[in-house]
Write a protein that binds this ligand. Structure first.
Ligand SMILES: Nc1ncnc2c1ncn2[C@@H]1O[C@H](COP(=O)(O)OP(=O)(O)OP(=O)(O)O)[C@@H](O)[C@H]1O
Ligand SMILES: [Mg+2]
Length: 152
């Protein structure tokens, strides 16, 4: 692909590995002449006890409000992450920030359909220490329609 036409999708969840993935993606985009799509996914948890479909979903009006608030908060955090990574790397490439209400792996894999490269950190904010890969990086590595870089 000719320089300047590609795009690199990077998953940002605020964790240290995702910060390294973002910095790597910015530098790689600069080297290739690509653009960066920085994507944060979030989900509204279901309320109530028991497993889906028996858990009690919050009423629709409440959900809409909360989703918009969360999306806005997510966008502000994502802007901060990208600004910090941009000033630290000194790299200035075209970029797009996306906050998506979806499971993270699903959102990243969907975005990767139009991308030339998908970049994620090896781990994220999740709990199980000792694992080499998190569930999102693992799913991305197995199902991505494009090459994947996993940054440790
Ligand atoms: N909500 C998200 N939005 C965008 N990217 C994400 C999100 N969650 C994870 N990622 C990406 O995936 C990488 C690996 O995170 P992952 O969630 O797989 O690990 P983990 O949090 O340690 O484990 P798990 O979530 O399975 O408990 C992150 O560094 C980030 O690049
Ligand atoms: Mg995680």
């Amino acid at each position: 692909m000719a320089a300047g036409q590609g795009s690199i999708v990077v998953g940002v969840d605020g964790s240290e590995p995702s910060g390294r993935a973002l910095r790597w993606a910015l530098r790689e985009a600069a080297a290739r002449g690509d653009r960066v799509v920085a994507l944060t996914a979030f989900q509204v948890p279901l309320l109530g006890t028991g497993e889906f479909p028996w858990s009690i979903a919050p009423p629709p009006s409440y959900v809409e409000l909360e989703v918009e608030d969360l999306r806005q908060a997510g966008l502000e955090r994502l802007e901060q992450e990208v600004a910090a990574a941009t000033s630290e790397t000194g790299v200035d490439v075209p970029r797009e920030l996306r906050v998506v209400e979806s499971a993270a792996a699903q959102a990243l894999l969907a975005a990767a359909e139009q991308a030339d490269l998908l970049v994620v950190g090896s781990r994220g904010r999740g709990g199980f220490t000792g694992l080499l890969l998190g569930s999102v990086s693992s799913q991305c590595s197995q199902h991505a329609p494009c090459p994947v870089v996993i940054v440790r």
